[in-house]
Each structure stands twice: as C-alpha cells, then as structure tokens.
Design a protein around this ligand. Structure first.
Ligand SMILES: C[S@@+](CC[C@H](N)C(=O)[O-])C[C@H]1O[C@@H](n2cnc3c(N)ncnc32)[C@H](O)[C@@H]1O
Length: 840
C-alpha cells in the first residue's frame, strides 16, 4: 500500500488527504477518503457514515461487479494517481448538462492531466492523436491494439519501465501536473466521473446478466424453441445477443433470416369465394374523388369470371321462400358503403329554409281561418285517421293534444331532428346522373310516405320572378322555380338539395305542400312503395312547358314515359269514357271518346306524346280486346246514365218546386243543395258515378237561380287520372303555371272563401255514414290549401265486371304541387291566363 499524506502541489484545499490503496489479490487499486473533506457536498449518506466510510460511494458501486470492470478501475485509479498525485475526490460535481455537451479528450502525446474539453460537435474534426472519452476506453483501446503506445505504469513500478518514451511521458506528465495545479480540481472531478461511468457499466452488465437469465428461463419453458431474443426483449436484437447458453439457441439467435421471418408484417388474405367475389368496387374510400376517377380510368376492366348461382338456386330463392314470392331479388346496395361522395355543385348557394325576398314578405297573406285540429287518441298516435294528417297539417302543441313522442304526424319536426344528425341520417346526396345533369340519391331507406327533404328557397313575387327570368337567368338552362302559396314562387336557385330531384313519369316520390305552424311548406315525400338505399329520387313534375320551344325530352327511362317533360295525361281512356258518358249522356261524346281511344292519348292536341307517336300505329290484339271491353262498358254505362239522368231530373224538378214555394233564403238554398248533393251521392253509390262535388259556398250559391242539375256542372269536371287504384290522387295546388283545369279552380279560389276545417269535417262525417271506405287510404285531391274547395276522394267499384271510380268529397286533401322544380320556363306570367284563353 502506498500512502501519500500530502502532495507537494497540494493547496490549502481539502483535497490533501488521499489514500491510494492497492489490492494485490485482485489488482484493484482504489482510492478512498480517510477523512472527511470539508468541501464534501451533501450526499445521501449522513455525515457520520461519510466520515467512517472506508470507501467512496463509487467504489462501493464498483464492488458490485467483481469481474472485468474492476480491472479497468484499477488501471484508471493507477493513472489517476499518476496524473494527479495526492488529489482525489469522491464527488463528481460537473453538471449533467456540461457532461453531455462535451467529452474529455486526451492528447496522448501530452498525456493525461492535460485534458481539455472539446465540444462534441468538433470531435469529428479533431486531430488523430487526440483520444476522446474516458481513460478507461482509451486503455481498452491501447490493450486491444498491440504495438501502440501504452499508457504509463504506476509510479511504484516506474523504475522498472525501460521504455524511454514511456519514461519521458511520465516525466512530462509529472511536470505538467506540477505546472497546472489549478487544474487539479477538475481532474479529480473527472476521476470521479470515470468512477461513476465504471459503476454504470457494472450496473448495466448486472442487468443484462439478469435479463439473459430470464430469457434463458423463458426459452426453456416455452414449447416453441424458436423463440428468439427479439421477442423477449424490446431492445434491438443486435444489442441483446452477446451471451448465449446453448448451441441451438445460438443457431436461432444468430440467424438473421429467422428474425426477419418474425418481423415481417402480416399480409392480407382475400377471400376466394363468397357472395361478392368478382364484383368490382369502383370507389376506394381512402382516395379522393378525383384520384378515384383517375384510378377507374386507368383500370383494365377484366371480365368477371365468377359463375352466377345455378338457376335452381335462384328459383328457390324467389319462389319457394314465402317472403320472396313475386318479389324481385335484390342484392343490398352496398354492404360497405363508403363515405358520402360529395359532389360540388357550382353556383349552388344552400338555403335550409324559406326566405322572403323583396315585397314577398309584405304581400304574403296569412290565412287566419286556415287551421286544423285533431282529436286522436294516444293509442292511434295520429296515424292514418288523423284529421291533421289528412288535411296535410303538421300536428303541434296548438292543434294536437298528444305529446311529440306519441304523435306520428310531425314530419317537419322529424326533418329538423334529422338535420342535426349526420349525413347518413339526413339521407340524401347529390349525384351525377348519366344524361340528366345532377340528381339526388337516397343514402338510406325511407318508409312509404315518409318525409325526405324540404323544398325551400327564396320566396319571390311573380314580378320578381319575371325580372329574374329576363335578367338573371336568361342564359341558364335549368330553372329551379316552383309555384307556391299566395301566388308566390319558390326560387330554389338558392335553396335546399330538393332542387336537384329529377323528373320521372313513374316516380318514387311526391312533392306535397303541408301547413306547418300556419305556414305552407313544400317537401318531398317517399311514394307508396318507399325508397331503398341508393335509389335515385324522382317525382312527377307534371310540367307545363308553356311553349313548344321549352319542351324537353324526358330521359326517365320508365315504361310509361311520356316522352317529354310535360303535363300528365288528363285521364285514362276507360275512365274518361265512362265518366264523360255519365256526365254528358250524349252520343257525340261517346263518339269522341271512341275516336280518342282509337288514337290513344294522342287525340288531345296538347298531349306531348302526339309529337312522338303516329296515329297510324296498327292496333294490336291486346288493344283490340281493351277496346271491345271499353265499348261494352260504355254501352252499359250509357244505359245506366240515361236512367240516372232521368231520375235526377225528376228529383230536381220536385226539389225546385219545393224551394220556389219556400222563403228562398240563402240558408234554404244551401240546405237544398246539401240535400240534393247527398241524394246524388247516395245515388252514385249504386250507379258508380264519378263526379266532382263542390263544397257549397256563399258566392257559388248566389249564382244558383234554380237548382242546377248536378249534370250541368259535370261536363266541365275532369275526373283526375288515378292510375294507381286505392292510392292518393295527386292534385296540384293553384299555381301560375297551372294547366287549364287547375286554373279554373284558381279563379274560383280568388273569389271564394276557403273551406274551413269544420265544413270539411261535417262533409267528411256525412260521407263516412255513406261509406265504410277507409278514407285515410283513399286518394285525395284538392286544389290548394287556400283554395281547397274541391275536396274529393276516389273510391273504386266493380259493377258488372267493370271497374269504376267514384269521386266524393269525404276525404280531406293532401295537397300536391303540380309543377316540377327547376324546369326551364316553369313559370311565366302568361300562364296565369286560363288555358282556354291561350288557345289550349
Ligand atoms: C330542377 S332541375 C333538376 C336538376 C338538374 N338535373 C340539374 O342538374 O340541376 C330540372 C332539369 O333537370 C333536367 N331533367 C330532370 N328530369 C329529367 C328527365 N327525366 N329527363 C331529362 N331531363 C331531366 C331537365 O333539364 C330539367 O330542366
């Protein structure tokens, strides 16, 4: 043991009592502080412990590992003793920041003690003979590279050193140490740091030893002996395999191929069989719309090689399963429906509710009388029989006593709720159609008669509409104008998505006007079939093109396509024949009808089909049969009509006599009318007369000089076409774009008061007595909310094999707008003239 009590170069500092101990057995030479140092910074040990401690904390740490690290430490201590004789410190006080920013560098030519601190960033460029890092590493390097310069040996063995170079180095080192007393403190700190790093190494090796042990144990316990170190440890494999236990483990651990096998990501396996195999998905939701388009364009369209289901399978599917009988089999739209494809529409400013523009607000008349009330039971939940529903009024707290949860007649409230949900909930989206511009598609299913979307936009006056047509929209190809209440127009150029709904001659939706909170509102409702996801939404524009040049070809592609975007045909031939005969009872009319039936619907000069179908089309056997049936029915009806008119005439004459003998007051006349009408209705029950009945109005009654025969008004009646029996008859409200029949009712509306819900109820009650027909399901027809004078229902009878329709006024109206939206020249002021005035 060498003991140095004091250093010649020691200062008055506390670093004077250093003991360098050498353990001969292990060759460890450690330093310890025998006495407490004044400047010893506070440690975790208390002062006493610190004082009595034979070894420094670092030394204690070193002792944990009694193997290789100790050797380095001894060397290090040796060097330290050499370089800074009599100086040792157990504490490393360099701040962590500095330690990180720089490393100790030694110029091996100048030897230790001349350490400088080089910023790490300059290390690359540092001179070759400058070593970086701890002395320990330097020593390792020296040992590992024979022939290189060795560091000086301890002083006790200095005499034995024969290498003059080494001697010189030692001497120089001693000289430098003497010269640079001021750097002693720093050197001691370095020493301490070195000790610390050695301790760190020892701990790291201990930990790695422990891990290796755990891995070994695990490996042994695992059935799969191929488990390698990479799976047991999060540390990279390359760093974790220095020690191996067995040859077999070695084999696996050292095989890079095996490791790769485990590290590779799993690849997706696609099904080779199944319902959707072979189907192309055009849309990749991960890509944008344009990227998808490009992809689609570039895709090589391969033929679908998947065979269809065998025929017997389809047959069973369609015919044997009772639920599928007579139903088309449809695959679901898409089991995985991607995010909505947002179509950007140029120039579309979206409005969610109606907005009055200019004078429209001031001119808008709110009809105070117009209200409705329902008295439904909670069990009914305002279903089909709800009075408000029949009248196309939305229930609310003022007109319905049910709670919103119980009431089933609040479609616009439902719409409001839906709009707060997500896009799927809202349920519609704009799409590009092949040949009709934009269209609207359902993104969900809709129940029959369920509300889909509101048709809202700017409410403008006729004057403003004209102005816009002439000035603003004069170059446009599409107009989004729809006539509305109070002779106003909804311009949906700025409006809801409903403006994109296209026309179809066999539509799946209806545009219906409702009264919500006393205000009229238009909305698109699902038709009686309901809507499937993915279906394009359409409604019948029943469009009056106004002039020939505005006639557009219809591309709806349905079987019953009328060929052009035009008005609906007025009535089917059979129906027309019967009703007209009954009304007129003249041969001439029958002849007309016969002619018209021969020519089909082309007999009407305004019929759009006239331009498409030639009259010379040969009559097929089917048509001949239909014609014969019609003829027979006509003859029967003619006979009945003669009888019918005879009876009515005699009854009217009797009633006339009674009324002229009475007071002649308005009330009595009204009573007479009611009696008369009731009797007519009763009568028609048996004779299946189709007729139109007007609710008595004061103005109308005034005009009655003598009890006008019901017949006298009938010739002008145009029984509505109700191709779908038992379904609601579509009736258009008054509009400036009305066709002639509707315009007549328009003019009446202007001069006559509105029908009140009370009168409707009484009329409804009377008819209820007459007929048990479920009026909620019957077809309904009215001219408009403001002018709902013509309130009719359609009833189907079978008399002597002929199916006939009876119209009465028992059912309340469900107002359906006549004109389609957005059709060019959909509105024109001249259209407010009667059709007859326009020569139609
Ligand atoms: C209210 S817009 C409907 C949306 C329109 N497709 C668009 O792109 O904005 C009415 C116009 O769509 C076109 N359209 C609608 N239904 C059609 C049909 N069945 N056949 C041909 N064109 C139709 C006509 O050009 C019509 O003027």
């Amino acid at each position: 043991m060498a003991r140095r009590d004091s250093s010649p170069t020691s200062t008055s500092s506390s670093l004077s009592n250093i003991t360098v101990q050498t353990d001969k057995k292990t060759g460890v030479r450690a330093m310890s502080s025998a006495s407490p140092s004044i400047s010893t910074p506070p440690t975790s040990l208390d002062d006493r412990a610190s004082v009595l401690s034979e070894t420094t904390k670092f030394e204690q740490a070193i002792e944990v590992d009694d193997e290789a690290p100790a050797l380095h430490t001894s060397d290090e201590a040796h060097v330290a003793a050499q370089t800074t004789p009599g100086t040792a410190n157990s504490e490393g006080r360099r701040s962590a920041r500095n330690a990180r920013k720089s490393v100790t560098t030694y110029n091996v030519q100048i030897l230790s003690g001349t350490a400088i601190h080089t910023p790490t960033k300059y290390l690359e460029k540092h001179h070759m003979n400058v070593l970086h890092g701890s002395l320990e590493s330097m020593l390792k390097k020296e040992k590992g590279t024979p022939g290189k310069k060795k560091l000086p040996k301890p002083t006790s063995e200095a005499a034995e050193v024969s290498d003059p170079v080494e001697e010189q180095l030692v001497a120089e080192a001693a000289q430098a140490a003497r010269r640079r007393t001021s750097s002693r403190v720093t050197d001691l700190r370095k020493e301490a740091l070195r000790n610390l790093s050695s301790a760190g190494d020892a701990v790291a090796s201990a930990i790695s030893g422990g891990k290796t042990f755990v891995q070994r144990t695990l490996r042994r316990s695992m059935p799969d002996s191929r488990m390698n170190a990479s799976q047991l440890s999060p540390v990279p494999v390359s760093l974790k395999r220095p020690r191996t236990a067995t040859g077999a483990e070695d084999k696996y651990q050292n095989s890079p191929l095996q490791e790769k096998e485990y590290l590779q990501p799993k690849s997706k396996v696609w099904l080779k069989q199944g319902l959707y195999v072979g189907q192309h998905r055009d849309f990749d939701p991960r890509l944008s719309e344009s990227q998808n388009r490009v992809k689609k364009r570039n895709r090589n369209s391969k033929e679908n090689t998947t065979l269809p289901l065998p025929i017997f399978a389809c047959d069973r599917l369609l015919n044997e399963d009772p639920r599928h009988v007579f139903r088309d089999f449809k695959l679901p739209f898409d089991t995985y429906y991607p995010l909505p494809r947002k179509v950007k529409v140029d120039g579309w400013v979206k409005l969610n509710k109606n907005r009055f523009i200019g004078d429209a607000s001031a001119l808008w008349k709110r009809d105070k009388q117009d209200s409705s009330q329902c008295y439904c039971d909670p069990e009914d939940g305002c279903g089909e029989a709800c009075h408000n529903r029949i009248m196309a009024y939305e229930c609310d707290s003022t007109n319905c006593r049910l709670t919103p949860e119980r009431c089933g007649n609040r479609p616009f409230a439902e719409l409001r709720r839906r709009a707060k949900g997500n896009r799927y909930d809202y349920g519609v989206e704009v799409v590009h159609t092949e040949d009709r511009g934009y269209g609207v598609r359902a993104m969900r299913t809709f129940e029959p008669n369920q509300i889909i979307v509101e048709y809202a936009g700017e409410i403008i006056t006729q004057y403003e509409c004209e102005r816009r047509m002439k000035q603003v929209y004069k170059k446009d190809k599409c107009y989004y104008l729809m006539s509305f209440d109070n002779k106003m127009i909804i311009d949906a150029t700025r409006g809801t998505i409903a403006r994109f709904v296209n026309h179809s001659c066999e539509p799946n939706c209806e545009m219906i006007k409702w009264t919500v909170g006393g205000e009229p509102r238009m909305a698109l409702f699902a038709g009686p079939r309901g809507i499937m996801t993915g279906e394009e939404l359409t409604y019948d524009y029943n469009f009056d093109p106004f002039s020939q040049k505005n006639i557009q070809e219809c591309r709806c592609g349905t079987e019953s396509c009328r060929g052009v975007l035009g008005p609906k045909p007025k009535k089917p031939i059979e129906e027309k024949s019967v009703s007209s005969i009954l009304v007129t009872g003249t041969k001439r009319k029958v002849q007309d009808l016969y002619d018209s039936s021969r020519a089909g619907s082309e007999s009407t000069p305004n019929s759009p089909k006239k331009r498409r179908v030639s009259l010379g089309t040969p009559i097929t056997a089917k048509a001949k049969k239909a014609h014969a049936e019609t003829q027979a029915a006509r003859e029967r009806a003619e006979r009945e009509a003669t009888e019918h008119s005879r009876q009515i005439t005699s009854r009217e004459n009797r009633a006339m006599k009674r009324s002229t003998s009475g007071t002649g007051s308005r009330r009595s006349r009204a009573a007479f009318m009611r009696t008369n009408m009731s009797s007519s209705v009763k009568f028609t029950r048996h004779t299946t007369v189709s007729f139109k009945r007007k609710v008595p109005k004061s103005s109308a009654l005034k005009a009655v000089k003598k009890p006008t025969s019901v017949h006298s008004t009938r010739p002008r009646t145009t029984p509505a076409h109700n191709s779908q029996k038992g379904r609601r008859t579509l009736k258009r409200p008054s509009t400036p774009i009305e066709s002639s029949g509707a315009e007549e009712s328009d003019s009446e509306e202007d001069t006559s008061p509105n029908i009140t819900p009370a009168s409707l109820r009484s009329a409804s009650a009377k008819l209820n007595q007459l007929s048990p027909v479920n009026q909620g399901r019957m077809g309904r027809k009215t001219s408009s909310r403001a002018g709902s004078e013509q309130v009719r229902a359609v009833r189907t009878f079978t008399i002597r094999g002929a199916k006939l329709q009876q119209r009465n006024f028992s059912s309340a109206p469900r107002t359906i707008h006549k004109t389609g939206a957005g059709v060019k020249k959909i509105y024109h002021p001249a259209q407010s003239r009667s059709r007859s005035a326009r020569g139609r």
